[in-house]
Write a protein that binds this ligand. Sequence first.
Ligand SMILES: *Cc1c(COP(=O)(O)O)cnc(C)c1O
Length: 432
Amino acid sequence: MTKLAKTEAPGAPEFAYRKGELCADNVPLARIADEVGTPFYVYSGTQIERRYREFADAFSDARATICYSVKANPNLGVIATLGKLGAGADVVSEGEFRRALAAGIPASRVIFSGIGKTASELEFAVAHDVHQINVESVPELEALSAVATRLGRTARIAIRVNPDVDARTHAKITTGKKENKFGIDIAHAASAYRRAAAMPGIAPVGIAVHIGSQLTSLRPFETAFRRVAELYRSLRAQGIPLERLDLGGGVGIRYKDETPPAIADYAASAKRIFGNSGASLSFEPGRYLVGNAGVLVAKIVYVKKGVTHRFIILDAAMNDLIRPALYDAWHEIMPLNEKARRGWKEADVVGPVCETGDTFATRRKLPPVEAGELVALMSAGAYGASMGSGYNTRLPAPEVLVRGSQFAVIRARPSYDAVLAQDHIPPWLTAN
Ligand SMILES: *Cc1c(COP(=O)(O)O)cnc(C)c1O
């Protein structure tokens, strides 16, 4: 019998070969390609549900809520999948807030994060009586106090503290070092809380922390959590009636051969550190819930022999999936038709965009694939479609959600007419 190459994707058994065809749940990806064309994103609803349940089960014996970090994948179909299971939402803009509401997650389960919320965004949140606003600076506290007072409301806030912990992840997604722009330095947090407590329209209810994304070790979480626990005790002792701790997201996933912490171990750490605090806990996982659950399917346009490299040129590009260009991220590449282990060759896998950075993989060993064949870039469910752009006037890739044997287009590819109609030629250029 011929030995076959990897038969399922790293971290995602829902994407596996069945009868030689790569499937999402029970649906062959080639069937979706026939219907929507390439490139396209496809998500396994089964995997998203499984990951949410794993997370929720790990905290079933604690007072904890899970607020899905919408920026990882803001498609309404994805948010609704999680909302239906009881998830809240962590949002970083009015746009994401509106998405959460449109997907059926009420404001009473929404946490509003972000360092640059505008007065009108704060007003939207306060008017909707949002569960919690995570404030990241004293000027933001002042702006929020003014908005809440004007609306005659009280805003429940947590201050996002910066615990000065190195998350040991990529520099561009490290957020908890003192030189990062995020949060209020933990050493100055107590005075910020005292000011907040004295401001009209502000009710400090908790502490928030989020030190970065794609963490593959528990240690930085534990260091940050301990610093937060200490601050929590000290603020309560000073009479600030805190009752909530928002511990952020950041749990990593396997793209290649990483060994991220098991969610049960992460939960055990949080429960050990905060178990007797009396606080309710919230978490904001994004990548963990949706990252392994999505793939980007592309067609090979050409195979080109350069002087030193072989290039596999796809019809997907950095505007569809920017993670390799931005973070040097690795995405496993799997052909839609299962291949034997023989005849693998190195190639650079690139997109058609006019940037050398439009490269998905360099010197990647791949099975023999030809122009016209389809491949999947694995583990692209988080920060894939959500970071997409229209660069090179390429149409945004459509998105498809699979569940079991069903699938549905959850975002269609727009027409060129619709894209061009967004621009307007000014009257002084059209008058004759
Ligand atoms: C991005 C972000 C998250 C989610 O991070 P993941 O690594 O995707 O889990 C959670 N909270 C805040 C404040 C964020 O900015």
